[in-house]
Design a protein around this ligand. Structure first.
Ligand code: ATP
Length: 886
């Protein structure tokens, strides 16, 4: 419920709104006339008369307030004088999420090559990919786009019959857009089944032809082509009717996103590394085929293929590229990075993406071999050092060598690969061991003992179960009998079995020299051979005055978790023991990381830090890559929202809002906002990570004292604590942030002691962006906090607005990815750091990084009983404004 407005207020607001709309319309018309390639349709939405601008609410905190959810179905719902859509513009037939974010395209602007659907003079809704089409690595583009035809956004698959603003009773929006821009899509649609495409073109109930085809997949009209605001790479421009597509890197392969083209498909089928993904309906290839494909595509008159971002376009592209404004390029795409991986005792593999220079280098290696299955090159170890040295001369390539651990272990092979791949292991002198035992050793057991002695009694014996590890372990231990007493740590169930084995295989050992520890009161060092369970060891290890020199650990995978008491008890013993014999038929039950403790138990210097081990063997890299992909998604979302955010802010100002805060995370967003405010001569302050503590206070005071309208532009991470902006009563979040605590603290810059008014909080949420995942994530976290009694915030009113994507399994997958990545221990800070490396502007303002902590904790206490706070969530549904980055 909104606070009731007086008649006078309503009148004033309506006047302001009309003025703002008129100014906007004039401005856009003027722009339209200056842009011959662009048709613009500008009009006032009939429903907008019901919408008012955001009013200045009466400053009475005691009154009840409204919690409203307002959907912005921008540009899909306004009508226009110049607009050729039918009068009833609120009924659309959409068939893909792209359409929901689609753009109106006047029929006369459609390229002749583009088939016309429906009667002349009608509008065609041309589907576009959202501006996130440069999908981050590891996140399938189709997922970002919300699925293939007929999938995705649940709302997109059905006819939408709604007023533009779902909640007209609530605080009206100055955001109501009254114009349409006619644009040409510059992001390509994924290849589609032509049959499906044909079906997708169907008349809507409103008589409009709405197609989710891309009119020949991006058959841009010449006039619009020159205005493409973003550029993904150099492009060869052919005839205007040529079909356009693009290459997108995907790990060490690349995808080709383009509509159906028979000639190109024929080319695809000739490439050896081709692979078709039926889920995304895209072809993908190894980088080794990149050059051949680009050359072949170049020779096809009907195809224009944009090269990979960051790839040298020499092979395929030469002329006609258009200078476009660039988004910041995706990090590291032009830089090829990888590592050497040992794949056998003799060979190593270069696990790295494609680089032409690198390929040339590989081909100079005598022992080169290409594995068609893995699509990777491998070489003899003896060429390892030579390759690494040569690669260091390539500035765009980083190929990490084999780890020192491995180069030391395989030093002889690195010098010269021996024809005999395994070094001969000398026969151990077992004359000091009971002959009964030695004579019973099976050949492979004898080999195991020899190996153990060659390794000086420190090893992990990982023979399969039942192959006689016990007898081998006893033999190895007996070889070092002079160093006894012996400690044998075993599962409690086999303590006496081990006792029997000693008695059986070592007749020379007197039975009374065997000490089986049964209770916590027993002594751990009472015998020459001491057998103890893992659990009792953790209780008794403090008894030890002198460390055991020889230790056997049976079922050593029991030590997989360093956090367990048994592991904490055992590891120090292993570190100081001279001989360590670990036995396990299943050293790693589920993850390579389980090996780590056992490896450092045997060789503490092998991988002294888990980080290096994790990166190399535990897929930590992929984990990291996923996070990078999510951050890239987050970054691109920021860029994509800028125009709409700025428009929203200007609308607020035009509608009479006087003082408010705008929080954003990315520097690019903060800068775009302040730039626009400067342009409009709006008094404002800005606080981000680069603002000194002293300046923060001054700026804050300055804002507090501003008498008229003013905007505080604030970094979410740098200005969420310790600052008071109680002279404002509205907080706008231009961006979301995954940590709701940070958001809530930012809200409280206004909602605090000294505040005399009701406080409004507006979250600007853009559909089809990372917000789709961040917003439910934030809600979920707040819900959990609320259930645990740790947060009083109630977001339940917004459920209507947030349950819209779960029906699509692909969307859910990305959400899961976000959730996992953001909920792992410490990942918040890790992500924050990574995000800040992208946006140095917010770096120094990380939570807890300065004295703001203290100020805020005091505020938390004193803010009880402050005025009502109400939130609103603005959903940007349409991205045609993204075509005009400011
Ligand atoms: N050389 C041998 N001569 C006679 N018996 C043997 C020999 N080697 C192993 N055995 C017998 O085989 C059985 C399995 O041996 P053991 O228990 O040592 O296997 P293990 O490798 O430790 O298996 P797990 O991994 O399941 O513990 C035992 O009964 C053992 O006495």
């Amino acid at each position: 419920m909104s606070l009731p407005l007086t008649e006078e207020q309503r009148k004033k607001i309506e006047e302001n709104r009309q003025k703002a709309l008129a100014r906007r319309a004039e401005k856009l018309l003027a722009e339209q006339h200056q842009s011959p390639g662009f048709g613009s349709s500008i009009a006032t939405n009939s429903s907008q008369s019901k919408q008012g601008p955001t009013p200045n609410l009466p400053r009475d905190p005691s009154k009840p307030v409204n919690h409203g959810v307002v959907f912005l179905q921008q540009n899909l719902n306004s009508s226009s004088n110049g607009d050729q859509r039918p009068p009833n513009s609120h009924s659309f037939h959409l068939s893909s999420p792209e359409q929901a974010k689609g753009i109106w395209k006047r029929q006369e602007d459609v390229s002749p090559a583009c088939p016309r659907h429906g009667p002349s003079g009608q509008m065609t809704l041309t589907g576009i990919s959202p501006p996130l089409a440069q999908s981050p690595p590891e996140v399938p583009t189709q997922q970002l786009l919300g699925g293939t035809l007929g999938q995705g956004h649940p709302q997109a698959s059905q006819e939408i019959k709604s007023t533009p603003f779902a909640n007209t009773a609530h605080e009206p929006l100055a955001k109501a857009k009254s114009f349409q821009k006619t644009l040409t899509p510059f992001f390509r649609q994924p290849p589609r089944d032509p049959g499906v495409e044909a079906k997708a073109v169907r008349p809507s109930t409103s008589g409009q032809n709405i197609s989710d085809t891309n009119c020949g997949s991006g058959s841009a009209t010449p006039g619009t082509e020159g205005r493409r605001p973003q550029k993904l790479g150099a492009s060869l421009h052919k005839a205007g009717s040529s079909q356009k597509g693009m290459c997108i890197r995907s790990g060490d392969r690349f995808q080709v996103k383009i509509g159906y083209n028979a000639e190109l498909i024929a080319v695809f089928k000739r490439l050896p590394s081709r692979s078709y993904d039926p889920a995304t309906k895209t072809w993908n290839f190894s980088m080794t085929d990149y050059g051949a494909l680009m050359r072949a595509a170049q020779s096809l008159p009907t195809v224009t293929l944009e090269p990979l971002e960051g790839e040298d376009s020499r092979e395929s592209l030469s002329t006609g590229s258009v200078a476009h404004a660039c988004l910041p390029s995706a990090p590291s795409l032009a830089f090829v990075k990888g590592q050497c991986v040992l794949i056998s005792r003799a060979r190593f593999e270069a696990d790295i993406g494609y680089s032409e220079d690198l390929m040339a280098l590989f081909k100079q290696m005598e022992s080169r071999s290409y594995d068609v299955k893995t699509r990777k090159w491998n070489f003899l170890l003896e060429e390892h050092n030579k390759l690494i040295q040569s690669v260091r001369c390539l500035p765009q390539v980083q190929l990490d060598p084999l780890p020192t651990t491995l180069t030391l272990a395989f030093a002889s092979q690195l010098e010269k690969t021996s024809p005999c791949l395994t070094e001969p292991i000398p026969e151990a002198d077992l004359s000091g061991v009971d002959p009964k035992l030695v004579s019973n050793l099976l050949p492979f057991q004898r080999a195991g003992v020899n190996f153990a002695v060659a390794k000086r009694g420190r090893l992990l014996l990982a023979d399969d179960m039942g192959l006689g590890k016990t007898i081998q372990a006893i033999c190895i231990a007996a070889f070092y009998r002079k160093e006894w007493p012996l400690l044998v740590v075993v599962p409690s169930s086999v303590r006496f079995t081990w006792e029997q084995a000693f008695l059986q295989w070592l007749p020379s050992l007197s039975p009374d020299r065997i000490n089986v520890v049964v209770t916590g009161k027993d002594r751990l060092t009472a015998g020459l051979v001491n057998i103890v369970s893992f659990d009792l060891l953790s209780k008794l290890e403090k008894q030890l005055k002198t460390p055991f020199k020889v230790v056997i650990i049976d079922e050593s995978h029991f030590l997989k978790n360093i956090k367990t008491a048994r592991c904490r008890a055992a590891m120090p013993l292993l570190k100081v023991a001279k001989r360590v014999i670990l036995l396990s038929g299943t050293p790693a039950m589920s993850r390579p990381s389980e090996l780590y403790t056992q490896i450092i138990g045997v060789r503490p210097t092998f991988f002294p830090q888990f980080h290096a081990f994790g990166l190399r063997y535990c897929d930590a890299k992929r984990k990291r890559q996923q996070k990078e992909a999510l951050l890239l998604f987050f970054n691109r979302t920021a860029e994509a929202k800028i125009p709409s955010v700025i428009e929203y802010i200007l609308d607020l100002l035009e509608s009479g809002r006087e003082k408010f805060l705008v929080f954003a995370h990315h520097k690019v967003v903060l800068s775009a906002i302040t730039r626009e405010l400067e342009r409009k001569h709006v008094p404002h302050i800005r606080i981000d990570g680069s603002t000194s503590s002293a300046d923060r206070e001054d700026l804050c005071q300055q804002f507090q004292l501003f008498e008229k309208h003013a905007v505080a532009v604030l970094s979410i991470t740098a200005a969420n604590m310790g600052l008071t902006f109680s002279s404002a009563d509205l907080v706008v979040f231009a961006e979301l942030f995954w940590n709701p605590g940070v958001l809530l603290q930012a809200e409280d810059r206004v909602h605090r002691i000294g505040q005399a008014s009701s406080v409004s909080i507006h979250y600007l949420v853009a559909r089809g962006t990372a917000d789709d995942y961040l917003w439910p994530l934030i809600q979920e976290k707040i819900k959990v906090l609320g259930e645990a009694g740790l947060s009083e915030t109630n977001f339940s009113e917004m459920t209507e607005a947030t349950n819209y994507f779960y029906k699509d399994p692909k969307q859910q997958k990305i959400y899961d990815l976000f959730q996992q990545s953001f909920e792992e221990d410490g990942s918040d800070m890790e992500l924050l750091e990574a995000a800040e490396s992208f946006d140095p502007g917010s770096a120094s303002g990380a939570p807890g990084s300065d004295s703001q902590d203290l100020g805020d904790s005091v505020d938390e206490i004193t803010s009880t009983g402050s005025p009502v706070k109400k939130r609103r969530f603005e959903f940007f549904d349409n991205f045609d404004s993204f075509m005009f980055p400011l």
